[in-house]
Design a protein around this ligand. Structure first.
Ligand SMILES: [Fe+2]
Length: 166
């Protein structure tokens, strides 16, 4: 007979992280829409892809729960921030979100290291993803330091954002 291989504590933490990934998906969709409206057309495409990546992350976690004989619980997703003052503002917000999520994964990984080896191994994929995202947005934050919010300079920032992502 199939077993449920997750403790209820681990299951609820995984569900919370699925919610966080979906929240990030929603956030990047709002960001993409803002970019399109503000005339940052390449950033629009970039953030659309970011949104799709976040959905894919949530699906990896959902699949893991299913593989462990349990069923994911989907939570409500709150309305994302959607009003930004500049592309720089967008970059700082994305950086903050990725850092917060990175801390959540790290805390969870710490708890799992002595209690649940299977989930610990799975979660390490995500701490790696978060580390890369934090590094990426941190670099773009550095680029935007000292840049004005004039359209010309913001378009330069957009160019570097899209180029660095490749
Ligand atoms: Fe993610």
């Amino acid at each position: 007979m199939k077993q449920k291989l997750l403790s209820s504590k681990v299951e609820s933490m995984l569900n919370e992280l699925i919610g966080e990934e979906l929240k990030a998906m929603y956030f990047y969709t709002a960001v993409a829409n803002w970019c399109q409206d503000a005339g940052y057309l390449r950033a629009f495409g970039f953030f659309r892809e970011e949104s799709a990546d976040e959905k894919a992350h949530s699906e990896v976690l959902q699949q893991y729960i299913l593989d462990m004989g349990c069923v994911p619980d989907l939570m409500d997703i709150e309305e994302p921030e959607s009003d930004f003052s500049s592309l720089t503002d967008v970059i700082y917000s994305a950086y903050d979100i990725e850092v917060e999520l990175g801390k959540k994964y790290a805390k969870f990984a710490q708890e799992l290291s002595s209690t649940d080896g299977l989930t610990f191994t799975k979660i390490q994929e995500f701490t790696k993803i978060q580390t890369e995202s934090i590094g990426f947005y941190g670099d773009i934050c550095s680029v935007s330091e000292g840049l004005a919010t004039s359209k010309f300079e913001q378009l330069k920032l957009e160019e570097i954002l899209v180029k660095t992502a490749k």
